[in-house]
Design a protein around this ligand. Sequence first.
Ligand SMILES: NC(=O)c1ccc[n+]([C@@H]2O[C@H](COP(=O)([O-])OP(=O)(O)OC[C@H]3O[C@@H](n4cnc5c(N)ncnc54)[C@H](O)[C@@H]3O)[C@@H](O)[C@H]2O)c1
Length: 269
Amino acid sequence: MDQFKDKVAVVTGGGSGIGRALVLALAREGARVVLADVDEAAMDGVAREARGLGVEALTVRTDVSDLGQVQALAERAWQAFGGVHVLCNNAGVALWGGLERATHRDWQWAIGVNLWGVIHGVETFVPRMIAAGEPGHVVNTASMAGLIASQGLGVYNTTKYAVVGLSETLAKDLKPYRIGVSVLCPMGVETRIRESERSRPAALRNERGPAGAEVELIGRYLAPDVVAGMVLDAVRRNELYVITHDEGLEPLRRRFERMQQSIANRKKA
Ligand SMILES: NC(=O)c1ccc[n+]([C@@H]2O[C@H](COP(=O)([O-])OP(=O)(O)OC[C@H]3O[C@@H](n4cnc5c(N)ncnc54)[C@H](O)[C@@H]3O)[C@@H](O)[C@H]2O)c1
């Protein structure tokens, strides 16, 4: 897709941070936007900002971990605008603490939002986008934590590695349909991600409180607007990876070298 004017874009987690920046960047390009978030007040504020940019904006309260709610979101988007061209599966939550201490509720919450949320978006929207026969794009927000493991971030790492894998395969699967796929892999971005516990459902809260101390993510903290700009450029160029931080190169190279070393060691043995 090389332009967004009059296209329809759905952004999950559109009420804050990277999602908000994606909504506004798409609105500046003239796209009609659909915001899906559990935080209705935040989402309404962002929708007002989008309308201020001269585009139509729809808000649909959606918990992306619930398939029925994502299906209802798609229904509303199609009813309101007759189609969806850009799907940003962006809603996500972070949690910290060693895997040896992770609770079942931690796993359920993180996998529910970060992985099932993306799966629900794909299974609900993609077949309808294909049926519409128009060019489109799916943007999945993973993280550099989907490519590099960090001690104390294991539950989050698990969900984000899965989102990277899903996106890499989806790009191959959707090639025949003129639907591109990008996977966003940032390091630090200035958002409310560190306050993710605010959206954890009561039923999935740990009795002993949050799982553990935060580990420092490597890299600079970028402004969400800068990241959203990189995403739109990647969509225009139909690029799979959106690696936002130059600092990512070194840990990625080390990971690859360790794999290369495994092959070399085996050959030596
Ligand atoms: N900020 C970073 O440093 C960073 C780095 C790498 C990846 N990410 C990823 O970026 C994405 C956006 O996060 P952010 O940094 O903007 O954080 P944020 O907390 O500012 O925004 C996340 C939004 O998702 C919403 N949300 C949470 N649970 C939801 C659910 N079940 N259903 C629907 N919406 C839900 C929240 O209400 C919030 O509006 C996430 O997938 C996150 O993992 C963030």
